[in-house]
Write a protein that binds this ligand. Structure first.
Ligand code: GLY
Length: 362
């Protein structure tokens, strides 16, 4: 089977890698540079609890979280790239009594959440301010270095026989008698048996498709800053979630994110967001006030109309979609790769994922 995938991010590369391992001939077309969109910008949290997921989204997130250790090990073995997958847990911090009560209610229902008082939380995370109302620890939360992940996925895809073509945007899908037959770029036509749109925030901008084939996928901007850990200082022990901010230790840096802004494809950096993140981060970890911010960047999350992933076979034969991951593209990478490779191979989204079926928008 010949498959063309549109978009070389976490979804496109992951799906392409799985399909190539199953014997498909895979070409990934990327409008810019591979693994330089949302995957490059993401903080890399594998955080169904921190993100407060509920319902089918929580099930999907937990399923993917369970797949992550094997996925990471296989990816590292096949790519030769270390991706820094680490399951060290996450601390959810309550700033006031209302937040502490909310955490207590959650801990009653969520097995993975262990309630802590302020001094227990500071014992877990010595850099944390003691001026908190309480906390909870989620032991199964993890993180991965997303920039290494992108590199590893590309290497693994190529090692499995796949091809990545950069700087070649798909502008149109050619449809004949209700079937997708080719992806048109400014340079040529790519014919294939199946096409997968996995283009993140750009997923609904491709011409040639009947109206409504792909629901509107909106870019939602997130700005993040990174602090350099001073050479004589210890870093955070685990991911920390506070009011309006999360903190992620990544090597000798601590990432602090992220804003959520519906401003189109604008990825400009703003002093206002930087100041907001610094204020929230230092309120949680006072030592950060003495640390240097050494990077500030922005990325675009792909958001569907109902906030849920958009997966499966579209109304056009041979055209598949994997988009709408919104805040959870890194968490979902293993499950999406597995589910979408099966969908392309069999022609149908597995029924247990019906909540995310693209046809709900038909
Ligand atoms: N998953 C974190 C974010 O989207 O900011």
């Amino acid at each position: 089977m010949n498959v063309v995938i549109i978009g070389a991010g976490a979804a496109g590369l992951g799906i392409g890698w799985q399909l190539a391992r199953q014997g498909a001939t895979v070409t990934v077309l990327e409008r810019a540079q591979y693994a330089h969109g949302a995957i490059w910008a993401a903080a890399g949290m594998i955080a169904p609890v921190g993100e407060g997921m509920e319902g089918p989204l929580a099930q999907f997130g937990q399923q993917s979280s369970r797949l992550w250790p094997d996925f990471a090990a296989t990816l590292e073995a096949q790519s030769g790239v270390s991706i820094g997958y680490a399951r060290k847990g996450a601390l959810l911090v309550a700033a006031d009594g209302d937040e502490a009560a909310h955490l207590a209610r959650r801990a009653e229902q969520e097995e993975d959440l262990q309630l802590l008082n302020a001094s227990q939380a500071v014992e877990r995370e010595p850099l944390l301010t003691p001026l908190i109302a309480g906390a909870a620890f989620a032991q199964d939360e993890a993180q991965v270095d997303t920039r290494a992940l992108g590199h590893a996925l590309a290497r693994a895809l190529i090692a499995a026989g796949g091809t990545i073509i950069q700087n070649e945007a798909v502008v149109r899908i050619e449809v004949s008698s209700g079937r997708a037959v080719a992806a048109r770029t400014p340079f040529r036509l790519h014919e294939a048996d199946a096409f997968v749109i996995a283009a993140g925030a750009w997923s609904s901008g491709i011409d040639g498709l009947p109206p409504g084939t792909v629901p509107q996928i909106k870019p939602i901007k997130g700005e993040i800053i990174a602090y350099a850990v001073p050479s004589d200082a210890a870093t955070l022990r685990e991911v920390v979630w506070g009011k309006g901010v999360y903190l992620v230790p990544r090597g000798r840096r601590v990432l602090a994110g992220a804003s959520v802004a519906d401003v189109g494809f604008d990825t400009s950096l703003t002093k206002t967001v930087r100041a907001f993140l610094e204020e929230r981060a230092t309120a949680l970890i006072p030592a950060l006030a003495q640390w240097r911010v050494d990077e500030h960047w922005a990325g675009l999350r792909p958001a569907s109309p109902d906030g849920l992933p958009v997966l499966g076979r579209s109304q056009v034969d041979g055209l598949f979609v994997a988009s709408g991951q919104y805040r959870n593209g890194i968490l979902f990478t293993p499950v999406l790769a597995d589910v979408m490779a099966r969908t392309v191979m069999t022609g149908a989204l597995p029924p247990e994922h019906a909540a995310f079926d693209i046809r709900r928008f038909a």
